[in-house]
Design a protein around this ligand. Sequence first.
Ligand code: SF4
Length: 207
Amino acid sequence: MAEGGTELAVRKQLPVVSDRPLAKAGLQSERVLWPDRGPGVFEREVEEIEDALLLTTVEKAVAWAQSNSMWPDTFGLACCAIEMMSIVSSRYDIARFGMERFSSSPRQADLLIVSGRVTHKMAGPLRQVYDQMLEPKWVIAMGACASSGGMFNNYTILQGVDKVVPVDIHVPGCPPRPEALMEGIVRLHEKVMAGVPPAYEIRGVAS
Ligand code: SF4
């Protein structure tokens, strides 16, 4: 069921004369004898329930489908990538989320797991890969280097990939164990199921 605010909004949107009278559904009521009469209380309640159920179930169904069919892009950069590769093994079994297919084309991926340090030279290609992914899309910064540059505080390393792509989840560690990455993925699923928009929408930056 919708929350109070949504119900109020639906109530305001209802027409004075229903375009979905119960008579169309075969229910014989006074509406058949008085077609111009506004919708009765019972009809309003039925329409509100229909609208509320439709809104909530479609949104939840889309969120469920999105969170259970994320295809990661193949983008390993350094030591963290070895830990990322392990999550497809039977021990961690990312296939249970429908995510075992690491795509070699960004056009067939909607999750970018940046695993490893990113050099300034690599920042351009990283952004290009991100731009080629279809929306909605999400980014996980895996490890200290991807999140902040890590121990490599020098002129070659980007001090955090959120300078070039909007990041949804940061996974701490050097390297994070595969369990930590799985935790980040589960947290991302929870955000999608809760209706939290992708980071590029929250930050209001061009996706
Ligand atoms: S966070 Fe640690 S393991 Fe990951 S890329 Fe950096 S140095 Fe390597």
